[in-house]
Design a protein around this ligand. Structure first.
Ligand code: AMP
Length: 213
């Protein structure tokens, strides 16, 4: 199965993608995670990407097209994949379509998780990551038992540099301008399934699995 997960930043795409990946046994490809790994390794792409990510801007399409064509050609993606955060622009969607045509493959469904801006700002500014196990937590819904420490492994929790209020507002603006047009693009292809992002993780997951049939 080949799936795309869409939705504004902080809507719970990553959390849901991890659950669905487990359920379906397909690889989860998050372009945000791929770019952060490049930044961590201080590669040429990572250094370039950081300057965009820190401002809440999108990394240029040509970089994403290059890195994703390479990644989607790897063996673990042959059986299917779940794309989280890709495509984010019409040129990326068209690039993905060309790639799929070449491989004689197709996307099975596009899941769009929807939530209002105020809830997103609240969620994102309370989001924390563990630097040891990568666990994502939220001070509102799942506060740490020990201040600043991960409930899973006691690693230190940190806030992403692009989860500050100003950068969140910029990311939302960019989502509405550059990524939201993709909803119509996939609606026209009869692939779009809209999911209400309000509610708890398990209920949202049930809605997604039901939508996937
Ligand atoms: P995310 O973890 O999905 O919220 O992505 C974090 C940041 O990485 C975004 O705000 C963008 O700066 C960058 N990014 C992730 N995916 C893409 C993409 N498909 N196109 C351009 N930039 C991206």
């Amino acid at each position: 199965m080949r799936l795309i997960f869409m939705g504004p930043p902080g809507v719970g795409k990553g959390t849901q993608a991890k659950l669905v990946k487990k359920h379906l046994g397909i690889v989860h490809l998050s372009t945000g995670d791929i770019l952060r790994a490049e930044i961590y390794q201080a590669t040429t792409l990572g250094i370039k990407a950081k300057s965009y990510i820190d401002k809440g801007h999108l990394v240029p399409d040509n970089e994403l097209l290059k890195i994703m064509s390479k990644r989607l050609n790897e063996d673990d993606a042959k059986k299917g994949y779940l794309l989280d955060g890709y495509p984010r622009t019409i040129p990326q969607a068209k690039g993905l379509d060309l790639f799929l045509d070449k491989m004689n493959d197709a996307i099975d469904a596009v899941i769009s998780i929807e939530l209002d801006n105020e809830s997103i700002i609240k969620r994102l500014s309370s989001r924390r990551f563990c630097n040891e196990c990568g666990n994502i937590t939220n001070l509102l819904f799942n506060p740490p038992m020990v201040d600043g420490k991960c409930n899973n492994c006691s690693g230190l929790l940190f806030q992403r540099s692009d989860d500050s209020r100003e950068v969140i507002i910029e990311r939302l603006k960019i989502y509405n301008k550059q990524t939201a047009p993709l909803l119509k693009y996939y609606q026209d292809k009869n692939l779009l399934k809209k999911i209400d992002g309000n509610g708890n993780i398990n209920n949202i997951n049930r809605l997604i699995l039901r939508a996937l049939g």
